[in-house]
Design a protein around this ligand. Structure first.
Ligand code: ATP
Ligand code: MG
Length: 210
């Protein structure tokens, strides 16, 4: 089991005069599946980006620790696997080239055996050398999971994990989320009831609007 924790204290986020959420605190430790629910525009993706260190809260703090040591923001990417509609893959590179390129710029390990295994797991093994521009939207979503999992992160952050996936793709993702949640921390933000039903603990953003 991981010895990772994410702790948020009294997060406030505003965009101009619009309040997105206020007084939001939580602690995710060691392992488990944690849900973030709320209507369109309620702030799920915003909270996910704050947790991943991509944007800052207006007030409040978010602290990641591993083995009891606080992680600096510039090292967070070593620990995090991220899937989101905001993640952009390069159309002019093959799937394999995208992964090796991102591994290089993020300074994470490029483990060819693990990546081949992940291409099998997500049923893309025959398409790994195809250009991403030739991928369907569901294939791109599957590739994002390979990208998120390739460096064996201990914190998995998934925004709309099952978007564009067919039933087989959803089943693979649900199985992976359950397996990872047994040893690592998995955060799932979604509008899909079946995605959220995987989560024993759920943050409902409508409860943080004042
Ligand atoms: N960069 C930004 N500047 C201004 N407002 C923003 C910005 N990003 C998000 N917002 C606003 O913050 C609110 C929350 O947006 P967010 O994308 O977090 O919602 P969401 O819960 O992920 O919605 P969805 O279910 O549609 O994905 C919305 O009102 C949105 O317009
Ligand atoms: Mg969103």
């Amino acid at each position: 089991m991981s010895n990772y924790s994410v702790r948020a204290d009294a997060l406030l986020k505003t965009f101009g005069r619009r309040l997105i959420f206020n007084n939001l605190s939580f602690e995710f430790k060691k392992n488990g599946i944690f849900g973030i629910a709320g209507a369109n525009g309620s702030g799920k993706s915003t909270l996910i980006k704050i947790i991943a260190g991509l944007i800052s809260p207006t007030r409040g703090s978010i602290i990641h620790t591993n083995e009891g040591k606080v992680i600096d923001s510039e090292h967070l990417h070593n620990y995090i696997g991220f899937v989101s509609p905001y993640l952009i893959l390069y159309d002019e590179f093959t799937a394999w080239e995208n992964l090796s390129y991102f591994a290089k710029i993020r300074g994470v390990k490029f483990d060819e055996e693990r990546i081949k295994f992940l291409f099998y797991r997500f049923s893309l093994q025959t398409r790994k050398d195809d250009y991403v521009k030739a991928y369907s939207s569901g294939m791109k979503q599957r590739l994002k999971f390979i990208f998120a999992l390739m460096h064996k992160p201990v914190l998995l952050i998934f925004d709309e994990p099952t978007s564009n996936l067919d039933d087989e793709g959803k089943a693979v993702v649900y199985e992976m989320i359950k397996e990872e949640g047994g040893k690592n921390i998995v955060i799932v933000a979604s509008n899909e009831k079946t995605d959220i039903s995987l989560c024993p603990e759920i943050i409902v953003l409508e409860n943080y609007k004042e």
